[in-house]
Design a protein around this ligand. Structure first.
Ligand code: NAI
Length: 332
């Protein structure tokens, strides 16, 4: 048994967490959950949305599975997600995006991996109001963070037999910040002659992703572009309900879906647990429980392929619970 921190989040978080915990249990995963709540309700009770006990638990267990946590828009507390990634120095946000058989999309050969820098850029949260009508936000890019995310992207490409790493920036406009990011990815690329290296501006990338997404392999991006392009790529493979992710650092890893807390469908037994389940499957592989991971993966893919019991976002009529039961029935 290995202890894993579990953050059920809010919005649809608790519903999809319940589904995923049940599937992992039925599949025989060797996990003991250390449940840690975070978010708005916790802030009311404990005075902060991200109490130290959550960070301490992840530091101790080194692995966490996290459902989404709501961040108030335009006001209120700082994002729990950003704070968590920063406190634990989870510098690499890894978001694989691959077609799943049974989900109809415009393109069929998508196999992109997004490597998003996770600790700086405009997410540093350094903002101020200059006067009533003017506000500014500071974009921070450092050599240290850019070199290590580039290294992570190339190492990932090497270990996973990937052929191409594309560095994404807006260095024509943000000459100093994105210029530094680009300088760093270019420098690291020289250490990996066996992997092709290309550079692209983020606006052009977005256009090409919706025209020829098959051309792309590993993308390495600063934080904000990585966030936006991840949702774009999720749309290419069937939507946020199926887009998995992981935040990886030197000492800990937090596995979580790309999507947010989806308040529009909260509590309606409609949410698709696939993105969190795929994130949990990656977590099991990371923990060395490969057999269980593969067993769940097969059951999930079979469930989606047959299309008899899918959630609404995938064109079906099943509830979260119905879809979960079907995956459990397909476990063998
Ligand atoms: P969202 O990702 O929660 O939802 C966007 C759209 O996708 C909605 O229509 C939603 O119903 C749908 N959707 C998302 N996940 C789904 C699923 N599993 N099954 C079916 N449909 C799904 O993005 P939104 O609405 O912009 O953000 C809501 C809240 O989530 C915000 O407070 C935001 O800050 C937070 N958020 C948290 C993240 C995290 O915890 N890592 C990541 C992104 C957003």
């Amino acid at each position: 048994m290995q202890t894993v921190t579990l953050i059920p989040g809010d919005g649809i978080g608790p519903e999809i967490t319940k589904a995923v915990v049940k599937i992992l249990e039925e599949a025989g995963a060797q996990i003991e959950w250390d449940i840690q709540t975070a978010g708005a309700d916790v802030a009311l009770k404990e005075g902060t949305p991200l109490p130290d006990r959550v960070i301490d638990s992840i530091r101790k267990n080194k692995v966490a599975l996290k459902a989404p946590v709501t961040t108030p828009i335009g006001k209120g507390f700082r994002s729990v997600n950003v704070a968590l990634r920063k406190s634990l120095d989870l510098y690499a946000n890894l978001r694989p995006c691959k077609n799943i058989e049974g989900i109809q999309t415009k393109f069929n050969n998508i196999n992109i991996v997004i490597v998003r820098e996770n600790t700086e850029d405009l997410y540093a949260g350094i903002e101020r109001k200059i006067d009533e009508d003017t506000a500014e936000s500071i974009k921070i890019i450092t050599r240290k963070a850019s070199l290590r995310i580039a290294e992570f992207a190339f190492e990932y490409a090497l270990k996973n037999n990937r052929k191409l790493v594309t560095s994404v920036s807006k260095a024509n406009i943000c000459k100093l910040t994105d210029g530094l990011f680009l300088e760093c990815t270019r420098k690291i690329s020289e250490k990996y002659p066996q992997i092709e290296y290309k550079e692209i501006l983020v606006d052009n990338l977005c256009m090409q992703l919706v025209q020829n997404p098959e051309k792309f392999d590993v993308l390495v991006l600063p934080n904000l572009y990585g966030d936006i392009v991840s949702d774009l790529c999720a749309g290419l493979i069937g939507g946020l309900g199926v887009a998995q992710g992981a935040n990886i650092g030197k000492d800990a890893a937090v596995f979580e879906p790309v999507h947010g807390s989806a308040p529009d469908i909260k509590g309606q037994n409609k949410a698709n647990p696939t993105a969190l389940l795929l994130s949990a499957i990656e977590m099991l592989k990371y923990m060395g429980q490969d057999n269980i991971a593969v067993k769940i993966e097969k059951a999930l893919y079979e469930t989606i392929k047959t299309r008899v019991c899918l959630t609404a976002d995938l064109g079906g009529q099943a509830s979260t619970e119905g879809f979960t039961r079907e995956i459990i029935n397909n476990l063998r």
